[in-house]
Ligand binder design. Structure first.
Ligand SMILES: [Zn+2]
Length: 405
């Protein structure tokens, strides 16, 4: 009975006081080092400044770390998050209409967009999604999810990719980000698996992808509107001073003792703590702050040279997906004409696993169980082109790029 009551009370705590954002706590325990100047100094020749009104595209890699099947979120859920980010950062979100009239004049199309990477750090084709089984049941805000050696997955080159780690965070935290200038191996954003995206098994009221919008705002240099202190400020001119963060859904105007204008708190700003359904804008001042990072000499300038979303740059070869597996598989010939052989050193390494063949749009062409260490896949009827071959076990998968002539 006692155990039962404890479980019930923990559940209630989770649903009533989820911590909207763990970034402030994280920064307290991880003060910034002077990495910005180091990174600027190592920028390559050929760097350029941003162009006026240029739409900046940021290649994204999503590291999905799962301990249970539910945490291994679907491609569809991941794609819904990218789509939602692109709406929020281009002010194409349907609920932009809900911005109160006095704040509409400062609302901004940030002109930043996101794409799943098509080329990995080694130059190979990628889906921009890395899936990896982890023994870790709960991650804390201690960055272990960012290191393969600690049950996580190592960051991809953070001068070219925005790393998003999706995992099971400790109960009360929905996500946390780092500010520009953090060490490259920790540079990115962490989001709990059940508040990521707009479809899938999501926990209301954090089911509209705004945890990622908010945390990436930190990655792009933004602070909370109240500057994490009572009546503090975020150093942005067109956001009001606020007493504190707002939870739930406030009614406009929401006045506090330190709101410096008659319109009160901008509780619907993405950098407040309101429910997902009640957030709908970045301001012109926040836009200028975020875009300034991409200017020549800025800490995110290198992204202007990133071509990681251009699949024409990708080369054939195995994808580095779940390469920590013990499986030793050979795929040959590659390219192939009619059949492709999948072999392992021993039966026990591969028998019972499932082989799947997709085209690069994700359409499944072939699925079969593997019954011996030497499997011949008949691909005679497939159209010519590039395919993704996956070997899936219970808690692991290996992914290869193969070409049908
Ligand atoms: Zn935050």
């Amino acid at each position: 009975m006692k155990i039962f009551l404890t479980i019930v009370s923990l559940t209630i705590v989770f649903y009533t006081s989820a911590q909207r954002c763990g970034t402030a706590d994280y920064l307290q325990s991880h003060p910034l080092n002077n990495h910005i100047s180091q990174r600027t100094a190592t920028e390559k020749a050929g760097s350029r400044d941003t162009l006026k009104d240029e739409v900046i595209t940021i290649p994204v890699v999503v590291h999905v770390l799962y301990n249970t099947a539910a945490q291994n979120i679907s491609d569809e859920q991941i794609l819904s998050q990218i789509a939602s980010l692109n709406k929020d950062y281009r002010r194409e979100n349907a609920d932009a209409a809900n911005t109160p009239e006095p704040f509409k004049k400062v609302a901004a199309d940030v002109r930043i967009q996101f794409c799943l990477a098509k080329v990995d750090p080694h130059g190979y084709y990628t889906t921009g999604i890395v899936r990896k089984y982890t023994k870790v049941e709960f991650f804390q805000n201690d960055d272990k999810m960012k290191f393969s050696a600690q049950g996580g997955d190592d960051a991809w080159d953070a001068t070219k990719y925005l790393n998003l780690w999706v995992c099971n965070l400790f109960n009360l935290t929905l996500g946390y980000g780092v500010l520009p200038g953090s060490p490259l191996e920790k540079d990115g954003v962490v989001i709990k698996y059940n508040v990521f995206g707009t479809v899938g098994n999501l926990v209301a009221p954090y089911n509209k992808g705004r945890t990622a919008t908010h945390e990436i705002g930190h990655w792009l240099g933004l602070k909370h509107l109240w500057g994490d202190s009572s009546c503090g400020d975020d150093s942005i001119a067109d956001t009001p001073q606020q007493q504190a963060g707002n939870y739930g859904c406030s009614s406009f105007p929401h006045l506090s003792q330190c709101s410096i204008n008659s319109y009160g708190d901008m509780f619907m700003n993405f950098m407040d703590f309101s429910d997902d359904a009640c957030m709908n804008l970045f301001t012109q001042g926040q836009k200028a702050e975020m875009r300034s990072l991409f200017a020549l000499g800025g800490p995110r300038n290198s992204f202007l040279n990133s071509t990681a979303c251009d699949s024409s740059n990708a080369e054939a070869g195995p994808l580095p997906n779940a390469v920590d597996s013990e499986l030793k598989i050979t795929i040959y010939p590659n390219p192939f004409k009619n059949v492709v052989h999948v072999t392992a050193n021993q039966d026990k390494e591969i028998v019972g696993k499932v082989l799947k063949l997709y085209d690069i749009t994700g359409k499944l062409y072939l699925k079969q169980s593997i019954e011996s260490a030497n499997t011949v896949v008949n691909a005679n009827n497939l159209p010519s082109g590039i395919y993704i071959l996956k070997i899936q076990g219970k808690n692991e998968e290996q992914v290869y790029k193969v070409v049908k002539l």
